[in-house]
Design a protein around this ligand. Structure first.
Ligand code: SF4
Length: 355
């Protein structure tokens, strides 16, 4: 970590002063005044929020975070939770490997570290689901260690502050070097959150509010008029389209036929409808045997959903399943206990179409 050991940079001073007044209010954050008064952040809440915020907006994460911390207030409680309960609460947040790793990590922290998150970057990096970004964020925000945190907001601020035109992702090492150089030895946790807040509220992607930005004097992109075009990015490849089919069957007693998806793979460990593989071909939909004999009918319409690397179009089949049917796959969910909110979004879309 090559942080500026000459105590503070001018930019970090400016940003910390700005943050003292403008810090965003978040349920996992200790505000700067409370932090100065001695309140320490709870590493469990910092870790949980950082995992949830990967690829997900703050607005979406707030409710999930409140539900998780109400149900599992500390890492030991989460470690003791049933897998299905955690996956069900995570449903809708996407990137489900995060939830599986969340549980694994909670159990390692409980079993190996006595229920206390390790306060050093290298040990944090060894935990399931914690990569360089999350380790830096926890080190900095929870333990006030001088690690630079380079998320999309910080990348944008660094690219503009130094007028860097190398496209992402090639520019990452250069942006990280700049971020590390600016990270101060004092209040590094507040500073990390200050840069993220600046990127989220002032130095926004399309219309940076340079007129009210605390960094407007040193900012090179503002001086040269290049801010709106930075950071540069390599053109994205068009996403392929995949097709598949799901079977939504229900018995006369109201029990839906569901299955828990395999641990490995997309939506791993989540609840879903039995169905075909999803393949990169145009119509027709890939053949797949129904999960049991019934009068399956194709529903009008289709489910469309976009994952990180592809678009998915699902054909939906429905049937009333005979009471004596023995499905070849899946299980019948207790009609009283089934909550559609425990389905991942694509599966909930299929449910909404059938309903
Ligand atoms: S002056 Fe403008 S471009 Fe520069 S950091 Fe501030 S908001 Fe971003």
């Amino acid at each position: 970590m090559r942080y500026n050991a000459s105590v503070k940079t001018q930019e970090s001073d400016i940003l910390l002063e700005w943050y003292d007044v403008h810090a965003r209010d978040m349920p996992w954050r200790v505000p700067p005044a409370a932090r100065k008064a001695g309140t320490k952040p709870d590493p469990y809440r910092v870790w949980l929020s950082e995992v949830m915020l990967q690829q997900t907006t703050i607005a979406t994460v707030r409710d999930y975070f409140e539900r998780f911390t109400t149900r599992w207030p500390d890492v030991n409680a989460l470690a003791a939770a049933a897998d299905a309960d955690v996956m069900g609460e995570w449903a809708g947040l996407g990137y489900y490997a995060r939830a599986r790793n969340l549980l694994k990590c909670a159990r390692v922290v409980t079993d190996t570290h006595g229920g206390t998150f390790p306060a050093d970057h290298a040990t944090l990096l060894s935990l399931p689901g914690i990569g360089p970004y999350t380790a830096a964020a926890i080190s900095s925000i929870a333990f006030d260690l001088p690690h630079a945190v380079l998320d999309g907001n910080v990348e944008r601020v660094m690219a503009r502050l130094y007028d860097i035109h190398t496209p992402l992702p090639k520019a990452k090492p250069e942006l990280m070097a700049k971020a590390e150089r600016l990270t101060p030895a004092t209040r590094p946790g507040d500073y990390a959150q200050a840069v993220m807040d600046l990127g989220a509220t002032i130095c926004t992607p399309k219309s940076p509010a340079c007129g009210i930005c605390p960094l407007r004097d040193p900012c090179q992109a503002r001086q040269r008029g290049t801010a709106p075009e930075l950071p540069k990015k390599l053109p994205k490849k068009a996403k392929p389209v995949r097709h598949g089919r799901v079977y939504l069957g229900r018995r006369g007693d109201g029990a839906w036929l569901l299955e828990t998806r395999p641990e490995k793979g997309l939506l791993g460990g989540m609840l879903g409808w039995p169905g075909s593989d999803w393949v990169d071909t145009a119509l027709p939909v890939p053949e797949s045997a129904p999960p049991c004999d019934a009068d399956w009918q194709v529903l009008p319409g289709e489910v469309r959903h976009t994952f990180t690397h592809f678009h998915l179009i699902l054909e939906v089949m429905t049937a009333e399943i005979p009471p004596d049917a023995t499905p070849a796959r899946g299980h019948f969910a207790d009609p009283a206990g089934f909550r559609p909110s425990t389905l991942p979004t694509v599966m909930r879309k299929a449910f909404d179409l059938a309903r």
